[in-house]
Design a protein around this ligand. Structure first.
Ligand code: NI
Length: 174
């Protein structure tokens, strides 16, 4: 089931999400819905707060090659356990801030630890787009958005445009 994605500004995107305590049928359904929602958007990552669920769960798939098989990942209670000194700058976007993009500098490589849907602990070294995406999505779990890395003027400009976009959308009854 595709779930509606919350749009910035929304107080639910600014709250720190709670750890997932147990992998219940609801959590499994949430993960499946989030993957469907992410692929439908389309996007490379989605965090539970973006669909209004204040839990520490995210999904991602940064396989760019359309010929390559997809690699859907579900990360429960993810944490960055190591980050490289070297940084990388990517033009980031966000499904909660559609059609706005900006360059963000983050550690180029990260090691992330999480629990998978079978309750097993996983750890993986991410580089490239995977590293950027993992950090962007984990930020969502802490109520942080990529625009927080921009200067205040640029951030306010995007926020004002998004407020206008949401007003117009509400008026259109969409
Ligand atoms: Ni995002």
């Amino acid at each position: 089931m595709i779930r509606p994605i919350l749009l910035h500004p929304d107080p639910r995107l600014r709250k720190r999400a709670e750890p997932v305590e147990a992998i219940t049928p609801e959590i499994r359904a949430l993960a499946a819905d989030m993957l469907a929602t992410m692929y439908d958007a389309p996007g490379v990552g989605l965090a539970a707060p973006q669909v209004g669920v204040p839990k520490r769960l995210l999904v991602m798939d940064c396989v760019k090659d359309p010929e390559a098989p997809p690699r859907p990942l579900v990360l429960i209670n993810p944490a960055v356990v190591w980050a490289s000194e070297a940084t990388n700058t990517y033009e980031e976007g966000c499904l909660s801030i559609p059609e706005h993009y900006a360059e963000v500098t983050r550690p180029a490589e990260v090691r992330v630890r999480w629990t998978d849907l079978d309750g097993a602990e996983q750890e993986e070294h991410f580089a490239g787009l995977w590293a950027t995406c993992a950090q962007h999505e984990i930020d969502h779990l802490d109520g942080r958005l990529f625009i927080d890395y921009l200067g205040p003027i640029k951030r306010q400009l995007i926020t004002r445009k998004m407020e206008k976009f949401k007003r117009e959308r509400a008026r259109a009854g969409a």
